[in-house]
Ligand binder design. Structure first.
Ligand code: NAP
Length: 329
């Protein structure tokens, strides 16, 4: 397993990180607790040593299941546990809230649910337009000084917001969206992080399963699954993305005897400035392709061909903006 350095951590975690949003159930059509715990254990068994969660994922459910699985594994000391703060959810309606009070409240809840004494990477989930970035940064720094968190991260922040943040607190990590279909950070966030020694934990490597190669036109998503309103999964756009995945799969087979899921993850890991690719999974077998993602690299000709397939097939692209939670009233 390839590893990466995170400033301020002794341990170098794996470059594939387990994403546990779906394990929380909320916006993923519910959860299967036993399968979730087995998935976290399967990730650890495969050498994945970074686990990303958040209080909002299932309103505490994801953190609790991660905490249970990590405790049962007996390998907490080998793992880098990343969680977040800065969203509240009155009546299960999430809104950004990165006030000092909220961050102070959330950290103790997260430590309890995760069954740990300290969080390795603590990230501000979204910038809060109602709170000065400086206040949020100072609150995170205070948590670090109290020994409750080891390193500080932000997620979904612009370079300007990170500049203001870094004037008040040391920033080790940034978590932006990034995959073959969602490349908005290439012009600003990725170079900024590269230039400033900030490790990126990029999210959505499989574009919510689209790049797994298992998606098909007739698939139905039960309950509150976000793919029922994700604009990529709505026709006529959906067909364009499915066609692109099919062409990428053929390319992976022809050039490497692999599948599109390997190609998509390798592509993220091979981009300059990417530290970790977060891979969301909720069943152990979904992580089976992990071993085949390691130990090779994409050549320039293949990278060019992948760009051509995506730009020629997806003629009406759309980004991940639909996921952004609202500010408070
Ligand atoms: P993702 O990794 O792009 O896709 C995850 C989904 O793909 C899984 O839930 C599963 O869906 C499907 N999948 C995974 N492996 C598969 C396989 N081998 N075969 C077929 N399908 C497979 O999306 P994500 O979970 O949204 O993102 C990853 C992580 O990034 C999250 O879990 C979270 O930790 C983080 N994240 C952070 C933010 C943020 O604002 N900071 C936002 C989004 C995500 P099914 O089981 O339904 O098929």
């Amino acid at each position: 397993m390839e590893t990466v350095h995170i400033p301020g951590l002794e341990q170098a975690p794996s470059r594939i990180g387990l994403g546990t949003w779906a394990i929380g159930g909320w916006l993923w059509g519910g959860t299967d607790e036993e399968a979730s715990v087995r998935t976290v254990r399967a990730a650890i068994d495969r050498g994945i040593t970074l686990i990303d969660t958040a209080p909002i994922y299932g309103f505490g459910e994801s953190e609790s299941l991660v905490g249970r699985a990590v405790a049962e594994s007996g390998r907490r000391d080998n793992l880098v546990i990343a969680t977040k703060a800065g969203i509240d959810w009155p009546e299960e309606s999430p809104r950004r809230n990165a006030t000092r009070e909220r961050l102070e409240y959330e950290i103790d809840q997260s430590l309890r649910r995760l069954q740990v004494d300290v969080i390795d990477v603590h990230q501000v989930h979204w910038p809060d337009p109602l709170v000065p970035v400086e206040e949020t940064a100072q609150a995170m720094k205070a948590l670090q000084e109290k020994g409750k968190i080891r390193t500080i991260g932000v997620s979904n922040f612009s370079p300007e917001q990170m500049d203001r943040f870094r004037a008040e607190a040391p920033l080790a990590v940034c978590q932006p969206p990034y995959n073959l279909f969602e490349r908005g950070i290439e012009e600003d966030v990725l170079p900024y992080c590269r230039d400033n020694g900030i490790t990126t934990l990029t999210y959505g490597a499989l574009c919510r399963g689209m790049l797994s190669g298992r998606m098909h036109r007739d698939r139905e998503f039960p309950g509150d699954d976000l793919r029922n309103f994700d604009p990529k999964f709505q026709q006529p756009r959906y067909d364009q993305y499915i066609d692109a995945v099919r062409a990428l799969d053929a390319l992976a087979e022809k050039r490497f005897h692999k599948r599109v899921i390997h190609l998509a993850l390798r592509w993220v890991l091979d981009q300059p400035g990417v530290g970790v690719a977060l891979w969301g999974a909720r069943r152990p077998e979904q992580l089976d392709p992990a071993a085949e993602v390691m130990g090779w690299a994409l050549d320039t000709d293949t990278l060019r061909e992948m760009d051509r397939i995506v730009s020629e097939t997806v003629t009406d692209p759309v980004g991940p903006e639909f996921m952004a939670p609202p500010a408070r009233e």
